[in-house]
Design a protein around this ligand. Structure first.
Ligand code: CA
Length: 420
């Protein structure tokens, strides 16, 4: 598919993350106005509430004045397609249909909020390179991949309460840990604070309890995708994770990007998943290509540094299980999925060292410090470090961009007597 040329010149710049092909949805406000739904186009935000009030777009019910995309997401795939087609027609090059005076807001003057209310958050572990690398470090190469891994998308139920939008600072967590070589467990600030580069899968429409869905139905229920940083406390994780998986190590923060890129915008970038080692059970088989070719990168900027250093780059197409498979599997036992459920893809690491999506892998458990362009070295995160995730699908002369997912580390809570 070529670039869809827009009446907004900035959207036709090949470097713009937000051409007319993209139209990601989010929630924004301007000085003195309430948060409402918008779509990014070029260097502007389209005020969807203003277009809806003028009768120019119609989701079947008034939905865009809400401070979350959930009401629109709940309208379902026909409404999503109708609104997208209408917006593309309205903003195509040559369209002279007049717009309400307040329909376009400069992106730079918009404040971006959480794009949707997270109903529940589930995190998967579907990247083979990541699962293997972490398994080698935690259990040794012989037991690196758990015996179920090639047959089932493994996940755990996370916390929706601490999913935050890009730009929200992240406080270093406190917790229990048993440092390497130590005889006893201790309490204190996490010393091995990490990131996980993931894709966030945004569920648009759900299923009733006890009424599972197929992979194809799950694919249709997905509204879109965002960048997701699953902040991780590795020392807390290593001590607590057996036998029920991560708990406090992952509960303190998960950051997402402010724009939700629709599944429709990613259609031209669908691709096949990696080769299957074993045939999957029939309920998990995909009726077509369900992976996506999305380039991803991680940048790190220490406090005070003028420039960030790119420390990793990889691709969403590395994932062994697709978003549709994960959603299908999540519901197959009878679990009800709801509008606004967020699934983390699992950490996305490629085959090479430069493709690793977590510091744990990049510094190999702390054994291999790496050097930033400032000359500083790192293993895990220091206070003041700012981490940025970026992603985009590369079209022919255009990009479908995800924008950025940024978070900066604040020091742990001040010391106090927790026994008081
Ligand atoms: Ca994760």
């Amino acid at each position: 598919m070529p670039l869809l040329r827009s009446r907004l010149a900035a959207a036709n710049d090949p470097a713009s993350p937000f051409p007319l092909n993209n139209l990601p949805y989010g929630v924004f406000s301007t000085e003195g106005t309430a948060p409402r739904c918008g779509a990014a186009l070029g260097d502007s935000v389209i005020d969807l509430e203003a277009l809806e009030a003028a009768g120019m777009i119609d989701a079947g019910a008034p939905v865009f004045g809400a401070a979350a995309l959930n009401p629109f997401m709940a309208r379902g795939k026909d409404a999503w397609a109708r609104v997208r087609a209408r917006l593309q027609a309205l903003f195509t090059e040559g369209c002279i249909e007049s717009l309400p005076g307040d329909a376009l807001i400069p992106l730079e003057s918009a404040r971006l909020h959480m794009p949707f209310t997270v109903a529940e958050y589930t995190d998967f572990y579907a990247g083979r390179n990541h699962a293997f690398n972490v398994g080698v470090m935690f259990r040794g190469p012989e037991n690196a991949l758990p015996p179920n891994w090639l047959h089932i998308p493994i996940g755990y139920n996370g916390r929706a309460s601490t999913v935050v939008v890009s730009g929200t600072p992240v406080t270093r967590p406190l917790g229990q840990m048993k440092p390497h070589g130590s005889e006893t467990h201790i309490f204190g600030p996490c010393r091995r604070l990490d990131i996980e580069l993931e894709m966030g899968i945004v569920v648009g429409t759900g299923n009733e309890m006890g009424r599972p869905m197929t992979v194809a139905e799950a694919d249709e229920a997905i509204f879109g995708f965002c960048l997701l940083n699953d902040w991780s406390a590795r020392d807390i994780q290593a001590w607590e994770y057996q036998p029920l998986g991560p708990f406090q190590a992952k509960a303190f923060a998960t950051s997402i990007s402010p724009w939700v890129v629709t599944k429709a915008a990613l259609e031209p970038f669908r691709c096949a998943p990696p080769e299957r080692e074993f045939e999957l059970l029939p309920y998990l088989r995909e009726p077509g290509p369900m992976s996506y070719d999305v380039k991803l990168e991680v940048l790190m900027r220490p406090e005070g540094a003028a420039k960030a250093t790119r420390i990793a780059h990889t691709n969403y197409n590395e994932m062994y299980y697709s978003a549709a498979q994960q959603l299908c599997h999540h519901a197959i036992g009878g679990c009800a999925m709801r509008t606004g459920d967020l699934l983390g893809s699992g950490t996305i690491s490629g085959p090479e060292k430069e493709n690793r999506g977590s510091l744990l892998e990049i510094c190999w458990g702390g054994k291999e410090p790496f050097t930033l362009e400032t000359g500083e070295t790192r293993t895990f995160l220091e206070d003041g470090d700012e981490m940025t995730l970026r992603g985009w699908a590369e079209g022919d002369g255009y990009r479908v961009g995800f924008g950025e997912c940024v978070g900066r580390i604040l020091p742990a809570p001040p010391e106090r007597d927790w026994s008081a």
